[in-house]
Write a protein that binds this ligand. Structure first.
Ligand code: URA
Ligand code: SF4
Length: 264
């Protein structure tokens, strides 16, 4: 039996996560505030808010759609089957996941019952928009050099619903308002959904190819106008004197930061 959409009186929401933003935009405070978010009605049927995870100085941020069944139970993003696809591709591309920030466009699991199972249900445009303040705040704090939109929902949230993902997937979009580099690619779950083994393998390879493009941008020296590069990637040649340890404070003006890390 299909569960009816939650009735509003039982599941009040304000219409936007912005009503729940903490005064100070910093990671632990954001995650704590998001745990109490009623910005849309998705909190009613989910176990918990699944906020983003990763180091504050991550140079790359991966944005998925919304937590799945396992993420909803664990309270962590990308720990289920899609996470395994992501992890394998990152490993092949030489990007250590622990140095990345991983989050979702929507922070609560939206699902429909099918027998005993909870089946993923796509978030609406309204829910994506309601949840975007959390994503914006995460971007504001982490300031990644590269943002990777995993699938159409993340691309819709950051690049607009008119963004033609199929034509432009794997392309690096420069100098966006979110980050110096934004790339949109497949969602790992779309690979898992392909019924045919060969098609799955081909999709997996093309996903790895996109991750290698991301890795190349992470290794490249940032332009002077870009924000400072934090901790180096493992696959990078040994860092020059003072890179990771001397990450300048966020309060410093962009110019000083760039000079710190520019070619010497
Ligand atoms: N799919 C997503 O988009 N995000 C997750 O965290 C897990 C699966
Ligand atoms: Fe808030 Fe986002 Fe959850 Fe909706 S999905 S309740 S906006 S955290």
């Amino acid at each position: 039996m299909k569960r009816a959409a939650p009735a509003d009186p039982k599941c009040p929401s304000t219409g936007s996560a912005s009503d729940f933003l903490p005064r100070k935009i910093e990671l632990p405070a954001l995650a704590q505030a998001a745990a109490k978010c009623h910005g849309c009605t998705l909190y009613c049927n989910a176990t918990q808010t699944v906020f983003g995870e990763g180091p504050i100085n991550a140079i790359v941020m991966f944005v998925g759609e919304q937590p799945g069944d396992q993420e909803d139970r664990a309270g962590k993003p990308f720990v289920g089957p899609s996470g395994k696809v992501l992890d394998a591709a990152l490993q092949e591309a030489g990007i250590p996941r622990e140095k990345t920030y991983v989050t979702n466009a929507v922070k609560h699991f939206k699902w429909e019952p099918r027998g005993q199972r909870r089946i993923h249900s796509k978030p609406s445009s309204r829910e994506i928009a309601a949840c975007r303040p959390w994503l914006e705040a995460e971007i504001q704090v982490v300031r990644p050099r590269v943002i990777v939109c995993l699938g159409a929902t993340a691309a819709q949230s950051l690049l607009g619903s008119a963004f033609p993902l199929t034509q432009h997937r794997g392309e690096v979009i420069k100098d966006t308002k979110w980050a110096p580099n934004v790339l949109a690619t497949l969602h790992p779950s779309s690979i898992l959904r392909l019924p045919d083994h060969d098609a799955r393998e081909a999709a997996r390879r093309s996903f790895v190819k996109d991750m290698k493009i991301v890795a190349k941008h992470l290794r490249a020296k940032p332009r002077r106008t870009e924000s400072a590069p934090p901790g180096a990637l493992v696959s990078e040649p040994s860092p020059k004197r003072g890179t990771a340890a001397s990450r300048p404070s966020r309060a410093q003006p962009a110019k000083t930061r760039a000079a710190h890390h520019g070619r010497s």
